[in-house]
Structures are given as C-alpha cells and as structure tokens.
Design a protein around this ligand. Structure first.
Ligand code: NAD
Length: 297
C-alpha cells in the first residue's frame, strides 16, 4: 500500500511541539514576533499573508501586519524594512514576494537583517546553508525534509532527484539533501528546464522532489518502483468548479501513486509544511536574538 504522506498532520505536530520553545521564551519574557510586509494587491499574495498571520496567532506568535501601496516608491519598502531591522520587538521579517516590478526583489532580500530573515533567502543565510552551517533553512525544503523523515525514509546513500532549480525550492532542497547531516547524505541530481531526457533521471530516483511549476508533468512512467515522491507544485488549472479552477501538483497523482511507496498529495502535502516551518524559524530567531536556548521540534 502506498503511503499518502499527510502534510496537514505533520505540520500540526510541529505546531504543537513548538509550544515548548514558545513557553521557554515566555519564561524569559519574550513573545516571538513576525512582521509581514505586503506590497501587492494580488489576491493570492493577500491570502498567503493572511494565512501566515493566522498561523502565527494560533501558536502564540505575534503577527505584525504591514501593507504598502504597490504604487508607492521603492524607498518606502526599504525604509520599512530598515525600521523593522532596528525594532527590538520584531524577531522575523517576511516580505511577501513578488514585489512590484519597480522594486528589486534582490535588493529587498539583502536589506533584511540576516538574523531576522526567517525565509532564509538573504545571501548570508544561503551561504551558511551551503557551508553546512544553516541558521534558517528555507521553509519549503526544510518542511520537505520533515515530511521525508515522517515517512520513515532514510535519505542516506539514496538517489535523490530534484526537478527545479529555483532559489526558493530547488537549489536549497538539493543543498539540504547533500549535506553531511541527518536528512542529507543523498546522492543528488538537480534537473531543470534544459535537462535532456528528464524521465531517465527521474526514474532513477529513490526520492523525487518535483518543483517545476508545470501541472502534472511527472507521471507514473517517469517514476521508479518504490520511490518516495514529494510534489511541491501548486498549479491553477481551469476546472468546472465554483472558482473556475482547481489546484494540481507537478505530479500526476493517480499514475504516480501506483508506482510510489510514499507520495504527498496536493493540496495537503508540502503546502502546510512550508507554513509550519515559517513559525519554526520565527521561534528559532527569537531564541537566537535573546540568547535563550530553546528546544525545537
Ligand atoms: P520557479 O518557476 O521559480 O522554478 C521552476 C523550476 O523548474 C525552474 O528552475 C525550471 O528550470 C524548472 N522547470 C520548469 N519547467 C521544467 C520542465 N519542463 N522540466 C524540468 N524542469 C523544469 O518555481 P518555484 O518557485 O521553484 O516553484 C515551483 C512550484 O512549486 C510552483 O508550482 C510553485 O507554486 C510551487 N511552490 C509550492 C510551495 C509550497 O509550499 N507547496 C512553495 C513554493 C513553491
């Protein structure tokens, strides 16, 4: 029987387990605080930010909600980030991407104090991750590591294939999988849009992470018998539903499930983990900033 990896359940157990660290911080007089900055009127971005805020409130993290007019000058965003960097009450800063075209996302990510960069995208934090000394692991790949662990799959010595090389998913995922550390030690191949004969590579995977953003591009034919399949994709496709669309992953679930030993669904797989690991990083950041040793899940 193929195991359907329940991201909602694993995320809930992480949220529950964060209570210990949050209590330890409270004993030391600190409430973790995450500032979210939204400079967009895209409904999807608005939804993501409001979900992150309600996640925070649910576990006892304070959420500071800052909205900037998408038409405003870029300096308004940089000044806001600079104020948040200087604010001792703020432990984590998240600027919701994408930012408008007249703002440089690179410059924004570099403006965030790396100690408050709970997304883990600042070059200093990327460098630390690559060097095997991660401060904050980026939320999606970190969540995937937890999902793989929860399925009882040992990555050590396995063939891992990551489809996608983005800065937020593919690259950090591959970096975590090759680390000489638990959840790593895998022989890792990174595939992308220029990869020739993708199916030959993916079929070889004991652990396959699909993060290409192409609806259902990986089907059962591309998956080796007994693989662990992690579907990161969230793609809107037209459908005869109330909203006029439905969400599908990068993996064709039905044919993939027939081959895999374990697989994540979409929705309910990686998505909830990304959200839970943001809380994790915010709690970790608070401990680091106040020199409180916290027990993290
Ligand atoms: P991206 O567009 O930045 O990167 C996609 C990568 O896939 C690129 O490196 C590209 O080279 C590769 N790619 C594209 N088409 C390909 C093909 N046909 N064959 C092989 N490789 C191909 O996307 P991203 O930000 O990394 O996100 C990927 C997907 O994951 C999207 O659907 C996104 O919505 C989803 N996502 C989900 C979560 C979550 O929490 N579940 C988080 C982040 C992203």
């Amino acid at each position: 029987m193929t195991e359907i990896i329940d991201g909602n359940a694993v995320a809930q157990s992480i949220r529950d387990d964060l209570a210990t660290a949050i209590d330890q911080l409270a004993d030391a007089g600190h409430t973790p605080t995450l500032a979210t900055v939204l400079m967009s009127d895209d409904p999807a971005s608005e939804t993501y930010v409001s979900m992150k805020q309600s996640d925070c409130e649910e576990v006892g993290i304070e959420a500071l909600d800052i909205e900037i007019d998408p038409e405003a000058d870029a300096t308004e965003l940089y000044d806001t980030v600079s104020d948040l960097n200087d604010d001792d009450e703020v432990n984590g800063i998240l600027v919701q991407m994408p930012v408008p075209d007249h703002v440089s996302d690179r410059q924004v990510l570099r403006a965030i104090d790396p100690r408050k960069d709970v997304d883990g995208f600042h070059p200093e934090n990327v460098g630390r991750l690559v060097a095997g000394d991660a401060r904050y692991k980026p939320c999606t790949p970190h969540g995937i590591q937890k999902l793989i662990e929860s399925a009882g799959v040992d990555t050590e010595g396995k063939e891992a294939v990551v489809v996608g090389r983005s800065d937020i998913v593919g690259k950090p995922m591959a970096n975590l999988l090759i680390q000489k550390a638990p959840g790593g030690n895998a022989t890792t191949t990174v595939c992308h849009s220029r990869t020739e004969d993708l199916a030959e590579k993916t079929r070889n995977a004991d652990i396959l992470v699909a993060a290409a953003g192409v609806p259902e591009m990986i089907d059962g034919e591309m998956i080796g018998e007994g693989a662990t399949v992690i579907d990161v994709g969230i793609n809107r496709v037209d459908a005869d539903t109330e909203k006029g669309y439905e969400l599908v992953g990068d993996v064709d679930f039905e044919t993939a499930e027939a081959k895999a030993d374990a697989i994540t669904p979409v929705p309910g797989g990686v998505g909830p983990m990304t959200r839970a690991m943001l809380l994790y990083n915010t709690v970790k950041a608070t401990g680091l900033q106040h020199d409180v040793d916290v027990d993290l899940p």
